[in-house]
Structure formats: C-alpha cells, structure tokens
Design a protein around this ligand. Structure first.
Ligand code: NDP
Ligand code: HSE
Length: 437
C-alpha cells in the first residue's frame, strides 16, 4: 500500500514518525506493508530534524506525486483551501483514497470532495479534522447511524478553551490570557482563526453535516469569537455558579410551519459548573452528543497537537488501506435529509444581561417592560449597588437579568432597545446561557 503524504509540518512529521515506529504493527493490521511513495512540502531545504525518512522522498511537486500510478492513498496535512482542494479532487477522481485533516476545506467545499470520491470510487476520511485525537466522526458516521441525533454541543477549539480556562482560573483579561497561550505554543502567531471562532465554525459545519445527514457549510454557521469576553464577564459567571466556554451547538428544531430544521452556531456561552463541559479545561476538547435511543454521550480528549492529530490520521489510513485491499469502499456521504438551516435569529437561546442602571423608582419596571414588549420572559433578576460593595456609587445600580428561552432575534432586539434607554447607563455585558441554570 503506497501513500503520498502532502505536508510535513506539525502533523505530517508525526505521521512520518508513527509510520516508522509502528511499521510492523501497521503491516499486520492492514495485511500489507505501508510505504511512503513521496512527501510534498513547500520548502525542500527546511531543517526537519532527525525525521526517520529517506530525504530523497521530498518533493515540491504535489500534483505530480498524486498522479503517480504507484500511489494508492493520499494523506493531506497541508491545510487551506487551495491548492489542497485541487489536489484532493484530482486524487479522488483518479480513484485514490484520501485522508485529510483539513477542516477549513471540508467546511468550505466538502461537497466537491464527496462528489469526487463518489465519481472515483475511493474513500474520503477526515477524522482528524474535528477534535484532533478524539474518535468522534467515525461514531457519528457509523456507530450512531441506527439512531437519531438531536443535538451536538462541543468545545472544539483548544486554543480558546485554554484562554477561557486561564481567565477563569486567574481572573486575567483576554489579552493577558492570549499572551500566555502564545508563549506556551497553543495559540498561533496569527490567532484570528481560533479567537474569532472560524476554526470552531468549520468544525461545527462538519459535525452538523454528519449528525443531521445534511450538507452544512461554514457559511451556514453563526459565528462569534471570544475577543469581547472580559474578566468582568468571567467573574459574573463565577458569581452565578457558571463558567464561560466557546461552544459549538448544532441542534434540530422546527420552523414556524413545523418543518424540521437545523441550527448551527458557535459563540461564547455561560454554562453551569455542573454541566459536563464545564470541567473541560486547558486545551482539551469535548463533545456532548444527545441521541434519541443512545441518550447522552460524551467524547473527550486532545483536540490538537502533532502526535494526537497524527493518531487520528493513521487510524483513517489503516481503514482506507484495508478497504482497498478488500476491494470495497466505506459508505458514501449521507446527506439525504437535506434539512434547511435556520437563521440565527430563529435559534432558541437564553441571555444573561448585565446592566448599569439609574437607581430610582420605576427603573426595574421600565427595564422589565422592554423584555415583555419583545416577548422575552425573565427568569431571574439580581440587583446590587453599582460597582459592587455595600455602598456602591450611590445613584446607579447593577442589574443582572437572566431570561428564559426565546428566539435570538427577540433577545437581540431587547438588548438593542435597552441600549437606547436614558435610565440604562451601560449594557455591561450580554452573554448567552446554555445548559440550564
Ligand atoms: P503546518 O503549517 O505545521 O504544516 C503545513 C505543511 O504543509 C508543511 O510541511 C508545509 O511545507 C506544507 N505546505 C504548505 N504549503 C504547501 C504547498 N503549497 N505545497 C506543498 N506543501 C505545502 O500545519 P499543521 O501540520 O499544523 O496542520 C496541517 C493540517 O492539519 C491543517 O489542515 C490543520 O488545520 C490540520 N490540523 C492541525 C492540527 C494541529 O494541532 N496542528 C490539529 C487538527 C488538524 P514546509 O514544511 O516546507 O513548510
Ligand atoms: N487551532 C486548533 C485548536 C487546532 O486550537 O483547537 C486543532 O484543530
């Protein structure tokens, strides 16, 4: 079984190392030796340390390598949309099997890859694209195919989970925690994809597509990052027995006419400390799946890093290699349900709203009236002197309101109207609440 490796960076170099260290076991498990036919990289002269591989295997001609007749399996760990999309479509159309960790490409144009796989008859596996080492996509696309998944809630970005965990543990602000994440090598030099939620949104699209048998792309996912989360938000969450996590939530629902829909979103949210995802700290990932017959299932582990991600890649390589030897392919993409994706405004959410208001008669009633006008029911209200402490600042009060579930658009309109009120000095923070309080 001959393998073309595209990319030899953080993940690719660990794939090479594991292939070397476990050669005998992999041969036994597959039923044939697994050999590297070539490794495509960008810089031939790059120092690759003591990587256990023949240096003549390196090439900058990825397409030439893919097209070789002696290549059976293409492993792509380069990342990005192009040229990866062109390479993988070419490989799949030619009947080769593909293993990729490229969540950005799968979320942007998974359809092109699935269609090419169907045309060429090879396998397309991508376990490493979501939650690194955690076996999650195979359970969704195989083990749970006899069940009906209603909701997937996950922490799928390690960098942001590290930052939010550090803010929670130390009281640090976002900038300070990001600096620590960068120093420790969790955050990349350009952390935009992580902190603005793009990485988690791509993973959410992949999870929703598999869970609901529907093509969901990155553009269908409502996305908010964590850059606006403040130390005060984290402290406020703590005071309520909660913590803040960047969640990806994919859920079934129904539109006004009762037709089944899905909603897919990524945003920071307060969750109670008793929630299974609250204890997921550091750079770990965890995904909570709620299925009709199976009930709740929790998947937990390392969502990033060279070796953990390479473990998932190699698992896929073994699966596709076995299939090729047996002359079979795995089930193709399952998108038969084709459910419409609901806009965020229709998603049912709860809000935690923290206001700085004038402390005089009628203010609470006026604020409550705004919620009522937008059909948003208030669950709890907490008032204290502005600035905390017994005395506070005298003329103002801090008002913290937690709502019941309502359409997100109604909650956003409520907050918009509150911002315009003379009695509301400031809307200090607005956070969604998940998992019951
Ligand atoms: P790196 O940046 O460490 O490595 C990228 C590799 O691709 C390098 O070897 C680079 O070559 C090569 N490359 C870049 N552009 C080209 C090109 N045009 N032609 C040929 N080779 C090219 O990335 P990672 O290993 O971190 O990530 C790889 C993939 O895995 C991405 O899709 C990422 O999203 C995904 N992933 C990564 C995880 C992680 O923890 N790192 C976790 C889960 C998924 P050179 O070595 O010469 O620079
Ligand atoms: N940047 C990603 C993270 C890598 O922090 O989780 C894994 O996909």
């Amino acid at each position: 079984m001959r393998l073309a490796l595209l990319g030899c960076g953080t993940v690719g170099s660990e794939v090479v190392r594991l292939l070397h260290e476990q050669a005998a076991d992999l041969t036994a498990r597959i039923g044939a030796p697994l050999e590297i036919a070539g490794i495509a990289v960008r810089r031939l002269g790059r120092d690759r340390g003591d990587l256990p591989v023949d240096p003549t295997l390196f090439t900058t001609d990825a397409l030439g390598l893919i097209k070789r007749d002696d290549v059976d399996v293409v492993v792509e760990v380069v990342g990005g949309i192009e040229p990866a999309r062109g390479w993988l479509v070419e490989a799949l159309r030619a009947g080769k099997s593909v293993v990729t960790a490229n969540k950005a490409l799968l979320a942007e144009d998974g359809a092109a890859l699935h269609d090419a796989a169907a045309e060429g008859g090879g396998d397309l596996y991508y376990e490493a694209s979501v939650a690194g080492a955690i076996p999650l996509l195979r359970p969704l696309r195989e083990s749970l195919h006899g069940d009906r998944i209603n909701r997937v809630t996950g922490i799928v970005n390690g960098t942001t989970n590290f930052i939010l965990s550090a803010m929670d543990a130390t009281g640090a602000g976002f900038a300070e925690a990001l600096e620590e994440a960068t120093e420790l090598g969790y955050a990349e030099a350009d952390p935009t994809a992580d902190v603005e939620g793009f990485d988690a949104a791509a993973k959410a699209a992949i999870l929703a597509s598999l869970a609901f048998h529907t093509r969901v792309g990155a553009a269908d996912v409502h996305r908010e990052g964590i850059t606006e989360v403040s130390a005060a938000d984290v402290a406020s969450a703590r005071a309520m027995g909660c913590t803040i996590k960047l969640l990806c939530i994919a859920a079934r629902g129904a539109d006004a006419a009762g037709r089944e829909t899905v909603s897919v979103r990524v945003h920071p949210a307060m969750i109670p400390l008793s929630h299974p995802l609250a204890s997921v700290g550091d750079a770990f990932n965890a995904v909570f799946v709620e299925a009709e017959a199976a009930g709740p299932l929790m998947f937990y582990g390392r969502g990033a890093g060279g070796a953990p991600t390479a473990s998932a890649v190699l698992g896929d390589v073994v699966a596709v290699a076995r299939n090729r030897l047996a002359g079979v392919r795995s089930a193709s993409e399952s998108a038969y349900a084709d459910l419409p994706v609901r806009p965020m405004g229709e998603a049912l959410t709860r809000y935690h709203v923290s206001l700085d208001v004038a402390d005089r008669p009628g203010v609470l009633a006026a604020v409550a009236g705004v919620f009522a006008r937008h059909g948003v029911s208030i669950a709890t209200v907490r008032q204290g002197p502005a600035g905390g402490g017994a005395a506070g600042r005298g003329e103002d009060a801090d008002l913290v309101i937690v709502t019941h579930v309502a359409p997100d658009a109604a909650l956003a309109a409520t907050v918009g109207e509150l911002r315009g009120l003379e009695i509301v000095r400031a809307v200090a923070s607005v956070l969604r609440v998940e998992g019951g309080l």
